[in-house]
Design a protein around this ligand. Structure first.
Ligand SMILES: Cc1ncc(COP(=O)(O)O)c(C=O)c1O
Length: 475
């Protein structure tokens, strides 16, 4: 039964709420949907032991994506990543992963005291963004690290770059190792031929998807998919109960239920319209002279040999070799055209689209880009900076956190061991991880990022001015 409709009917039945939540479905007025916000009362099932209406709804999600089991997440992909990694790896295990993972992956590594082996990923020369994780790299790492117990892949990346998950899964499974895919940005994949397929269909053991990022569902809503084989599904369910609230919001779950039903009933039609809107955008941006839109308009997947596939829903607006930075472009779009983008870095700005965009909204962005492009001048070509080289790692993350810490001015910290994480948000990918050496190169990069307008965050510190280090750890 439709979960939101059932909630509405329940409210209309006039039942007197002598239970949580404290707003008693009336609240203090205002615009919030108090009437539909209930707790796990009779007839409404229990997320952590689902047997009724929630089980039905999650089974529907599993059928839609083709997984053996799907779990609703009300704390974003973050809680699914934490639970998935903790379910698939035991304390002290070795895991293979690209460095550019979201910080929730690093939090799981820390909680489980896992030993990371970072897999090198090529950088796209035009943007500096990470390319796909080559299956050959995974094969080499599996051969070099027979002790590895899990492969973690982010696909698509924030920028929309997709890896060859089917090949990675075949290699990992050949070595008896499960694969967890952070598909936070890919819940919309596989619904039409214009969009590459998703990681569930490619056979990954655990796939985590944020519904809220690329589909019409409320913020915080996400799915964890489990495929039978190498990971214990009951352990995944148990870990989800560790990381996720015991009072899940029915509004959030109702929005997931609606989203899944809508895709089931009208997915083909909605994605066909979406494809048309994106094609109109491509047509309108084909003749840009200076700006480029990655894998759109005048650019194509073939020009990016380091991409296995690309999510056409992501519009990566490249400003390299122009007089604008990505942040500058984002600023102009905001101030002059009232178009707010998702994020920007030095060489590009990122617009996210979805089936809820209209032809008009995409053409409005295309029109703004044309106008901006016509006023731009070209600069001498510059090579986009690739990822930072991996710094030496002296301590495990957990051990580094256990040690006494000291706050140091960045330059004095060079040669010391980091006691906390430093990252730019967005995209939330760590630049420095506890236990790693603070290098002169990292310092330069952090200072350069700040000068370029990128917002840095750090634990117990204020990068790039200060960093949190392990006390007396000068190496
Ligand atoms: C690649 C990636 N994974 C995971 C997450 C966490 O997702 P959520 O915000 O749904 O918890 C994000 C968030 O930005 C992300 O970009």
């Amino acid at each position: 039964m439709d979960l939101l409709e059932t909630l509405r009917r329940y409210h209309d039945s006039g039942a007197c709420p002598m239970h949580m939540p404290g707003h008693k479905r009336t609240g203090l007025g205002g615009e919030l949907p108090w009437q539909l916000d209930i707790t796990e009362i009779d007839g409404f099932d229990n997320l952590h032991d689902a047997q009724g209406i929630l089980k039905e709804s999650m089974d529907r999600a599993a059928r839609l994506y083709g997984s053996d089991r799907a779990f609703f997440l009300v704390n974003g992909s973050t809680c699914g990543i934490l639970a998935g990694i903790c379910a698939a790896a035991r304390p002290g295990d070795t895991v293979l992963l690209p460095r550019g993972c979201h910080k929730s992956v690093y939090h799981a590594l820390e909680l489980r005291d896992l030993v990371p082996v970072y897999l090198p990923v090529p950088a796209d020369p035009s943007t500096g963004a990470a390319g796909s994780l080559p299956p050959g790299t995974v094969a080499e790492a599996l051969a070099e690290h027979p002790e590895a117990k899990l492969v973690i892949v982010t696909s698509p990346t924030y920028e929309g770059v997709i890896s060859d998950i089917a090949s990675i899964v075949a290699l990992a499974h050949g070595a008896g190792v499960p694969v967890l895919v952070d598909e936070a940005h890919g819940a919309h994949l596989g619904f039409s031929p214009a969009f590459p397929g998703g990681a569930v269909a490619a056979g990954a053991d655990i796939v985590i998807q944020s519904l809220h990022k690329t589909l019409p569902s409320l913020t915080q809503t996400a799915l964890a998919h489990w495929n039978r084989g190498l990971v214990d599904g009951e352990e995944l369910a148990r870990q989800l109960a560790v990381f996720e609230t015991s009072s899940p919001s029915y509004l959030l779950m109702g929005s997931m239920d609606r989203c899944i039903r809508m895709l089931e009933a009208r997915g083909g039609e909605l994605f066909a319209a979406y494809e048309e809107h994106l094609a109109a955008f491509d047509e309108a941006t084909r003749d840009l002279r200076h700006l480029r839109v990655l894998c759109h308009g005048g650019d194509s997947l073939q020009s990016h040999p380091d991409f296995f596939a690309f999510d056409p829903g992501k519009l990566v607006l490249c400003t390299r070799d122009t007089s604008l930075t990505g942040l500058g472009l984002m600023d102009i779009l905001r101030k002059t055209y009232r178009i707010e983008l998702e994020m920007a870095l030095e060489n590009y700005a990122l617009a996210m689209t979805s089936i809820c965009d209209t032809r008009e909204s995409l053409l409005r962005l295309a029109g703004a880009l044309q106008e901006i492009d016509s006023q731009l001048t070209e600069t001498l070509p510059v090579q986009a900076a690739g990822p930072l080289p991996l710094p030496p790692r002296w301590l495990g993350m957990l051990e580094a956190r256990r040690r006494e810490g000291a706050l140091l001015p960045l330059e004095e910290a060079i040669g010391h061991v980091s006691g906390g994480m430093v990252w730019a948000y967005p995209p939330g990918v760590p630049l420095l991880v506890p236990g790693e050496e603070v290098t002169a190169e990292l310092c330069r990069t952090l200072q350069q990022m700040e000068r370029g307008g990128i917002i840095l965050h750090g634990e117990n510190c204020d990068p790039p001015r200060t960093v949190w280090t392990v006390k007396n750890s000068g190496v």
